[in-house]
Design a binder for this molecule. Structure first.
Ligand SMILES: [Zn+2]
Length: 319
């Protein structure tokens, strides 16, 4: 295999593992629209072949990267605490990666929000011993039929074992494995049930999908997402970190304050550009044609949200 072929395969696998592929998305080029699988089905199927990378961060906190949203893990005598559960099809790889982090049993799972690429593994993790905590709106969406128009997919309720049993709607602090763990509720942002998890002693923040590092973010208006809320969440994330904080995004590589800042600047800039075009009286089609994201597309538009789709999401969020 020539090196450029290898790199293209690796890149494709990376995009799949980063969450959702552009090719499967409903707004993909017309020649792809006839594909038999939906974006969601294709993303789920990618879980079976996902390669999980364990990235030790600081103290007893690590990240598992490669199956849906980024997974955080805190180990210790109180049992492993896991943030988000990836695709169900990656059960074996994720279980192996967890076993490779020591013999503490799986005890606690926290969902950052309800999306399938963060919760499809809930059922097996619960069977393995985890109680499940989440925002009360996450439980609500997992407990009932939920339609996401932008994914052209209707999710049936999750199985009983996958439903969070401990829910909350205001900030909360846990003490486990010698760590102080702050659960912070955002106002509606990516969905209406987003939380962040901050490990105080290790100084590691998991932002869930309020931060996508290197990808335009999805905003799920079907379940209460908000453009202004996404910007407020990015501001809240920036306010929480120092130059030393390690930050785990929902998608994309683990990074720090520099990238959190860059992402907030991007959101504000694109929001302002599209708002200005709208104020000039331009239609949505004219605004998309004006390519307001062009300066960012090469770096940020390679995931399932490309520049045109992000333009539409921002336009919709302006109300
Ligand atoms: Zn999400």
């Amino acid at each position: 295999m020539k090196s450029h072929e290898l790199s293209s395969v690796t890149r494709r696998d990376f995009i799949v593992s980063a969450g959702l592929t552009a090719a499967a998305f409903g707004l993909a080029p017309s020649y792809l629209r006839g594909a038999p699988q939906t974006l969601v089905e294709k993303a789920r199927q990618s879980g079976a072949s996902a390669k999980i990378t364990t990235q030790p961060l600081r103290g007893n906190v690590s990240a598992l990267i490669g199956s849906g949203g980024n997974i955080g893990v805190l180990t210790g005598p109180d049992g492993k605490l896991i943030i988000d559960s990836g695709y169900a099809g990656s059960q074996k790889q994720i279980a192996d990666a967890l076993a490779g982090m020591g013999g503490d049993p799986i005890k606690h799972l926290i969902n950052t929000h309800w999306h399938f690429d963060h919760t499809d593994g809930n059922e097996w993790m619960h069977s393995a011993g985890a109680s499940i905590m989440a925002h009360e709106n996450t439980k609500k969406h997992l407990s009932t039929t939920t339609r996401v128009d932008d994914w052209n997919f209707t999710f049936p309720a999750w199985p009983a074992g996958a439903i969070p049993t401990e829910v909350f709607a205001t900030d909360k602090t846990l003490h486990l494995n010698g760590a102080t763990i702050a659960l912070k509720c955002y106002s509606p942002a990516h969905t209406d049930g987003d939380i962040s998890i901050y490990f105080g002693e290790a100084d590691v923040l998991h932002t869930g999908d309020t931060w996508w590092n290197g990808y335009f973010p999805f905003i799920d208006y079907s379940t209460g997402g908000s453009l202004d809320g996404m910007i407020k969440a990015a501001e809240a994330n920036l306010a929480m970190v120092t130059d030393k904080t390690i930050v785990i995004p929902g998608h994309g590589p683990v990074a720090n304050k520099t990238q959190v800042t860059e992402y907030l600047d991007l959101l504000r800039c694109i929001r302002d550009r599209i708002a200005a075009l709208k104020k000039e009286g331009k239609s949505l089609n004219e605004i998309v044609a004006a390519k307001p994201t062009a300066a960012y597309d090469a770096k940020w538009g390679t995931g399932f949200v490309n520049g045109d789709f992000f333009t539409k999401l921002v336009h919709k969020g302006l109300g």
